[in-house]
Write a protein that binds this ligand. Structure first.
Ligand code: NAG
Ligand code: NAG
Ligand code: NAG
Length: 219
């Protein structure tokens, strides 16, 4: 049994502007010649919350591509950590409601109970699964009233893959990452990223050769 010291909402806005050199992370992007259309300024920003999640399962690659096609200025995601310390995009601390994990017999003994925001919650917690295991899951729509035809088709994405989606967009698209429950994301891990989530995020951006011209901490 683990307990949460406090609920720690932490979100910030970032404009991700790719630069030509990404020396440490040669990612499969189309590159950027510096001529992409900048962020629009004639109307309030449109922030795609978990991607176009009414149409496609939330926080998946296709959901974010669709949101960009539909004109999103920022794409939003939630960040958790896998057991092996890889930042992944997923809203819930458990996998139960948005993946096929309930049908995966090999994981049947991996249910755990943690105290989350003052209540005991039982489920399949992201922090108890390695990236490889998480990638083997297939996501599904959270809500029954949404289009169910894409259930079982897509994988979860890593935070790095999420950044790459923004960098590869045909115009400048910002990212809006949110760390909801820092304790369950990072602090309970013993890996090299355990100490300071923010430091590891900044390192992440630096390693990707990403400039971060604006940063606004909200809450
Ligand atoms: C789990 O399996 C059942 C029975 O085959 C199926 O109806 C259901 O859609 C599956 N759920 C998921 C999330 O894959
Ligand atoms: C959670 O369960 C443990 C073990 O049964 C118990 O000691 C603890 O009080 C429970 N916490 C809450 C918030 O109900
Ligand atoms: C699944 O979703 C329901 C409804 O939002 C929520 O009450 C429940 O805690 C979730 N289950 C898990 C294990 O996350």
């Amino acid at each position: 049994m683990a307990s949460l010291p406090s609920f720690t909402p932490f979100v910030f806005l970032l404009l991700v502007i790719g630069c030509n050199a990404r020396p440490l992370y040669p990612l499969p992007s189309k590159g950027d010649d510096g001529n992409r259309k900048p962020l629009q300024t004639f109307r309030p920003y449109n922030i795609a919350h978990r991607g176009s999640n009414g149409e496609l399962p939330e926080e998946t690659h296709p959901a974010y591509l669709r949101a960009i096609e539909e004109g999103a200025d920022f794409i939003e995601t939630d960040i958790l950590s896998s057991k092996d310390g890889v930042l992944v995009c997923f809203h819930d601390v458990t996998r139960d409601n948005t993946t096929d994990i309930a049908n995966r017999t090999e994981f049947a003994n991996r249910k755990r109970t943690y105290e989350v925001q003052g209540e005991n919650m039982t489920g399949f917690f992201t922090v108890d699964f390695t990236l490889k295991e998480l990638k083997s899951l297939r996501v599904k729509q959270r809500c029954s009233f949404r289009d169910q035809q894409f259930n079982g088709k897509f994988q979860i994405i890593t935070f790095e893959e999420f950044i790459t989606i923004a960098l590869d967009a045909p115009r400048v698209v910002g990212i809006y990452p949110e760390i909801k429950i820092q304790y369950l994301s990072i602090n309970m891990l013993n890996g090299p990223m355990a100490k300071d989530l923010r430091t590891s995020l900044w390192r992440h951006f630096r390693n990707m050769g990403t400039r971060v011209p604006t940063c606004q901490k909200i809450g």
